[in-house]
Design a protein around this ligand. Structure first.
Ligand code: NI
Length: 301
């Protein structure tokens, strides 16, 4: 082999080896690339997680803030609250059914002095079973003890309004005391139902001019008195209900099992007669009564 030949051979060998080394280098580059991409992806993922955690704590902080604010909130804050976006709030209970027949008779059964689980739950049950609703004028100091009972009545579409906080005689109170009675009642009801009552049944049926000037919601009396608290007798209560006619507001008390017993018979009976059993709000809506604060209403007639 000549020198030249050797050189040529080496060159050939090199050129033959070349594609191999190129291939190795390319593979190494690809592997390195993959490793780098994987590392970058991991970094991006970690970064995003961090951001998410950040925003989460921020939202939690703002929720905490708003909860605290609403705790401190007075009347003015309440108005602002209604303007805030409501997407996180549960859908409110529909207070006025729109599918009632204005040409058919309506009656509003009302119950004072509760809630009281043993009696109220029976009434709520028979109402729901008969596609009916009623109004409960609750005593504020009972509300927390019977919170579940009241909330259940509320969730079934019944109207929950107030009978003051301590069942005090508002006609014997100073303005400041009247306001205090109502503010306390409003507060405890809002805590559980998420909204304040819009009507008042004055304890003992007593109203005076001072109350008319001080109280900002309508005061609801009745046109049929069952005297259930006096008789405590289902038959006698039912007898008092015989006179019920379109637009009546009926006074009862969800404190006595005899009242629940009477209502369990009365509700299907009235339905059979074609009555629609409605809340006071519904009654006023369908009868075109625009109830004003501080005024007294006896019926929807
Ligand atoms: Ni009462």
């Amino acid at each position: 082999m000549s020198r030249d030949d050797k050189r040529r051979r080496k060159r050939r060998q090199r050129t033959e080896e070349n594609p191999k080394s190129v291939w190795i280098m390319m593979s190494a580059a690809v592997v390195l690339g993959v490793v780098i991409i994987a590392m970058v992806a991991q970094l991006v993922r970690l970064n995003r997680q961090g951001e998410r955690l950040n925003t989460q704590t921020k939202t939690e902080a703002s929720v905490d803030n708003s909860a605290e604010n609403s705790k401190k909130a007075g009347e003015s804050k309440k108005a602002k609250g209604t303007e805030a976006p409501q997407e996180t709030q549960a859908p409110a209970v529909e207070h006025i059914r729109k599918d009632l027949d204005p040409d058919k008779p309506m009656v509003a059964l009302t119950f004072d002095d509760g809630p009281y689980d043993r009696v109220t739950n029976r009434i709520v049950k028979v109402l729901a079973k008969n596609d009916s609703r009623a109004t409960f004028f609750v005593v504020g100091n009972r509300v927390e003890r019977y919170a579940d009972t009241m909330k259940n009545a509320f969730n079934k579409g019944n109207q929950i309004s107030t009978h003051t906080f301590d069942h005090g005689d508002l006609s014997k109170m100073k303005k400041k005391q009247i306001r205090r009675e109502l503010t306390r009642a409003f507060r405890v009801m809002k805590k559980i139902n998420g909204e304040e009552p819009t009507m008042l049944r004055p304890p003992y049926g007593n109203v005076n001019d001072k109350m008319r000037r001080t109280i900002k919601i309508p005061m609801i009396y009745w046109s049929v008195d069952t005297e259930d608290w006096a008789s405590r007798n289902s038959k006698k209560i039912l007898k008092k209900c015989k006179s019920i006619s379109d637009g009546d507001i009926v006074l009862m008390h969800d404190l006595y099992p005899s009242t629940a017993g009477a209502v369990e018979k009365l509700v299907p009976k009235l339905r059979k007669k074609g009555f629609q059993l409605v809340t006071v709000e519904e009654l006023f809506y369908y009868k075109g009564i625009d109830a004003e604060g501080g005024k007294v209403y006896f019926s929807g007639k």
